[in-house]
Write a protein that binds this ligand. Structure first.
Ligand SMILES: [Zn+2]
Length: 322
């Protein structure tokens, strides 16, 4: 099959060593943290906790075997609470040569929080990863991919090389820490790398279900998911961009899903000139070879001066726990 595709013209990048495109398999080891973050009383629910602990207890060892057999390195985003709860699992990930990156402390909801609160979450997560595994991560992924306008500066303050939470590109790019807001131009001259993600490349939407907690009750066939993700990988390969898959071990580490994931890894590895690597290596390459720095503008609600009209927001949809 010929895949006709066009590159992401907003974020041009050339890959190293004659590679045509890049791919990274990432794992968000949320375990219990994402459930507790939404409802602290969920710790009283033995079955729900067991559904979450399946990730580090059963799935991560299985996924590590797959990555070892496929001879690739993955990127594991680990909340500090997960690291403290399962220190041996984190050490096994490190010993396997994989990248450990930051994913909050308790997978905290990020919407609407101020910079000081977010800074505390970042620091507590850093402390946990250092204490448990001696790791100082260079990568960050916001819980629920929910970055705030002030987040890039907090990450730069702590020496992070990259973030992987935004959704505005097919390829990595350099992002100014400063954001433009109305008439004011921020003068912060620092930048970090952004490696964008995509909801279509997240296993949660395909497989996640827990009654009353998340999901519609439809758990997709891994055959369908394998087809869908293969098409995405083929298109990224054809257009020379960056395929970033986000898996949660308690979801994609279940038997048939893990088998499908390994088949996907085999297919992606077989794509001619596909660089299968960690987000850290992709970020390093971006930082050292891309000159253009993309500056985000904060969006503000338009006003209707003198027009006799006013804007009324639609009812916000209830946030779906994930
Ligand atoms: Zn997460």
């Amino acid at each position: 099959m010929t895949t006709n595709a066009f590159p992401d013209g907003a974020h041009p990048i050339a890959w190293p060593d004659n590679f045509k495109a890049a791919a990274s398999f990432t794992f968000d080891v949320d375990a219990e943290s994402c459930t507790i973050a939404h409802d602290p009383t969920s710790t009283r629910r033995m079955s729900l906790m067991s559904h979450q602990s399946y990730g580090p207890r059963v799935a991560v060892p299985r996924l590590l075997k797959i990555l070892e057999r496929q001879e690739i390195q993955g990127t594991f985003f680990i909340p500090g609470f997960t690291a403290e709860s399962y220190p041996d699992v984190v050490r096994r990930i490190v010993d396997g040569g994989h990248e450990v990156a930051h994913h909050g402390y308790l997978h905290e909801p990020m919407q609407g929080i101020d910079a000081a609160t977010e800074a505390n979450y970042l620091d507590r997560g850093l402390e946990a990863l250092a204490k448990v595994a001696g790791v100082r991560p260079v990568g960050y992924r916001a819980p629920w991919w929910e970055l705030n306008w002030h987040s890039p500066a907090l990450l730069a303050d702590r020496g992070f090389l990259y973030d992987s939470s935004l959704l505005d590109g097919d390829a990595p790019y350099r992002m100014a820490v400063a954001t433009d807001s109305g008439d004011s131009r921020d003068t912060d001259s620092r930048d970090i790398v952004e490696i964008p993600v995509d909801w279509a490349l997240d296993d949660w939407e395909q497989y996640a279900f827990y009654p009353g907690v998340t999901g519609s009750g439809v758990i997709e066939s891994p055959a369908k998911v394998l087809e869908m993700w293969t098409l995405e990988a083929e298109a990224h390969h054809a257009q020379g961009s960056c395929f970033v898959l986000t898996n949660h071990p308690f979801i994609s580490g279940r038997p048939s899903k893990a088998v499908a994931l390994e088949q996907l890894i085999e297919r992606v590895k077989a794509m001619d000139g596909m660089w299968v690597t960690t987000l850290e290596r992709i970020a390093e390459h971006t930082k050292t070879t891309v000159n253009e720095i993309h500056r985000h503008a904060r969006i503000e609600v338009p006003s209707y001066p003198g027009a006799g009209a006013s804007f009324k927001p639609a009812r916000l949809l209830e946030a779906i726990p994930r």
